[in-house]
Design a protein around this ligand. Structure first.
Ligand code: ZN
Length: 138
């Protein structure tokens, strides 16, 4: 469902024109549903994969402003239909996959061109909002 211009403006301004996930300045914004549209009713009904800050949503709130995040196209495509929890896990698994499948990555690591950090994935909106980190109902 296309969201009207007023809603798009509010979403854009949620993080002052930056992607809620990577923190890049938004050139062309896409709107991400934090609890994905495709699983929304199931998640709400079963109280699964709902970030704590979205506990107040009900089955009619798929397009509630709190469930919408401004996103760059790269993050929006990567998040796809993933919940926040699964998206975070997918990103945290990137290093393992790069090491396993990318010869270029292994050489870059071997020759000190990249340095791995054990930091957990914390999204831009989590660093820059009142929202708590990693709290979900399971
Ligand atoms: Zn992004």
């Amino acid at each position: 469902m296309a969201l009207d211009k007023r809603i798009r403006e509010v979403v854009f301004n949620k993080y002052n024109g930056y992607c809620a996930y990577c923190g890049d300045k938004l050139i062309k914004m896409q709107i991400d549903h934090i609890i994905p549209q495709s699983n929304f009713n199931w998640c709400i009904k079963n109280k699964r994969d709902i970030p704590e800050f979205l506990n107040h949503l009900n089955e009619n709130d798929v397009n509630h402003i709190d469930n919408l995040n401004p996103s760059c196209s790269i993050c929006n495509k990567a998040k796809d239909t993933f919940s926040l929890r699964v998206f975070r896990q997918e990103l945290e698994d990137q290093l393992k996959r790069a090491k396993k499948y990318s010869r270029n990555y292994r050489f870059a690591l071997k020759y000190g061109q990249v340095k791995e950090t054990p930091n957990p994935i914390i999204f831009y909106f989590e660093k820059n909002s009142l929202f708590p980190i990693k709290k979900t109902i399971n």
